[in-house]
Design a protein around this ligand. Sequence first.
Ligand code: C2O
Length: 552
Amino acid sequence: GITRHYTLEIKMHNVTRLCHTKSLVSVNGQFPGPKLIAREGDQLLIKVVNHVPNNISIHWHGIRQLRSGWADGPAYITQCPIQTGQSYVYNYTIVGQRGTLFYHAHISWLRATVYGPIIILPKRGVLYPFPKPHKEVPMIFGEWFNADPEAIIRQATKTGGGPNVSDAYTINGLPGPLYNCSAKDTFRLRVKPGKTYLLRLINAALNDELFFSIANHTVTVVEADAIYVKPFETDTVLIAPGQTTNLLLKTKPSYPSASFLMTARPYATGQGTFDNSTVAGVLEYEQPKHARRSSIKNLPLFTPVLPALNDTNFAAKFSNKLRSLNSKRFPANVPLKVDRKFFFTVGLGTTPCNHKNNQTCQGPTNTTMFAASISNISFTMPTKALLQSHYSGQSNGVYSPNFPWNPVVPFNYTGTPPNNTMVSTGTNVMVLRYNTSVELVMQDTSILGAESHPLHLHGFNFFVVGQGFGNFDPNKDPKNFNLVDPIERNTVGVPSGGWAAIRFLADNPGVWFMHCHLEVHTSWGLRMAWLVLDGDKPDQKLLPPPADLPKC
Ligand code: C2O
C-alpha cells in the first residue's frame, strides 16, 4: 500500500435547505464532507484542524484500527477532543478491508453535519467478486435540522425529555422535491441504459433506520459494512444508522420514457415521535443526443412503494437474507469455539433527575429523566479519555473494570413490565484478555417504547449468528445459530422486543466503544466500552500514543 495524506478543516459554513439558512459545522466548507478514497493496505494520515468554537473529534466508522486505537476517534473514549485552534493527525493503516464505510464527528451531536464517505478500493489488480460496474456512486443519507442540532440536544438534556426530530432526510445533503421549498435541492443520478451502477449507500442519519427503494427497478445487494455478501435481489433495502450497503443497479436496456424517484423514509416500530417524512432523489436516463433538450423534464415521474412504517416482517426477512459471501477468496471465519459468553440487556428507562441548572425533568412527580442503558447501566461519559487512562495505568476515578453482564433485573418480555424502570449510572468497562473469543447476546427490553437498536461495535467486525423476537432462550436458540455463513458487520439491529447474538474475536488491544447508533439513545446512555488487554507477543500490543494526541 501507499501513504495518503488528507486534511480535513472543520469550519463553519452557511448552508440553505428548506428555505432556512444556517451556519453549520462542516468539513472543508462542504456539506456533506468530501469523500476519502484509499485502497486496502494503504496508510492514511488525516490531519483534522479545528476552526470552530466546539470541541471536535472524528471517527472512521467501521475501520478496524488494528493496534491503532489512538486513531479511532470517539471523544473521551480513545482520545480527548481536538480543541478550538488545535489539530490532530489520525494515523492508521487499512488492513484486510475493502468497501464502503464513512467518517463522522464523534462528540455530542456534531455528526448531524460532519460526515462523509470512505471508499476503500481493493488492492491494485484485485477484482470485485461481481461484474465491474460502469460507475460508482456514493449515496449518503442524513438528517437536516432547521435548528442547530447542538441546541436541540442541549435543550433535551435540560428537560430530561426527548429531543426535537429533524425537518428532513437528505441524500448527499439534499432533501429533494417532496419537501416544501426544496425541489432545486435534489440529488439526481444520471444513467445510461444497459449499464451496471454500484450504489454505495451509507446511513449517516442521527436517529432513523430507513427503507430505500427506486421506482420500477430492482437492485442486487452485494456488500454490507464493507464485507461482501451473497448477492440477492430486492426492490427495497433497509439500512440502519451506522450501516453501509452496496447495491448493483442494472439500468433498463433501452431509454424508458420516464424518470424514477428514489425514496427513503423511516422504519419505526415504536410510538415515539420521529421525523416521518420522505427524501427523494431522481434517477434520470440521459436522453440520446438527438432528443429535444427539454424532453427529460417533461417525462412522467414514477414513485416507488415503500413498506409500511412498522413492517417488522420485512425487516426480519431482509436481515435473514444477508449472508456472508463465504467464498474461497472471502471465507467467513466465524469463531467456532467460544471462550466467554455474555448476555446484555439493551433498552430505555429513566434515571433520577437532580434539578441541577434549573432542570425541569419528566414524569408524574417531575423527578425523572429519560435514560437508556446496557445491562441497566446508563453509561456516564468520563472527563478523561479511557484509552489514555488505561495506557498510563491511571484508571482510578475514570472507569471501573467491572461491567455487569448478568441482567440486574431479568426482563420477561411476555410478563408484566416491572414498575421500577430506574437504571443506575456509571463508567463501567468489560475487560477481555487478548484473543478472547466472545459470544454476546443482546436482548432488547422494550420497557418504554419499542424501537430496534442498531448496536455498533468499534474496533471489530462481528458475525451475527442469530436474531429473533421475544425472550432469548439459552437452551433452545443457540441450536439454530448460523455458524456457516452469518453476515459479518459492525452494526446490527437488535429487534424491538427481540434479541441478536454476535460472535467476535478480541484480537485488537485497546478500548472499544459499543453503543446504539441512534444518537438520541447514545446520549441517554445506551453505550459501554470493552477493554482488550495486550497479548504477550510484540505484534499483539497497542502501539504507543502519537505525540500530538489531544489532551483533556
Ligand atoms: Cu459511527 Cu461510535 O460510531
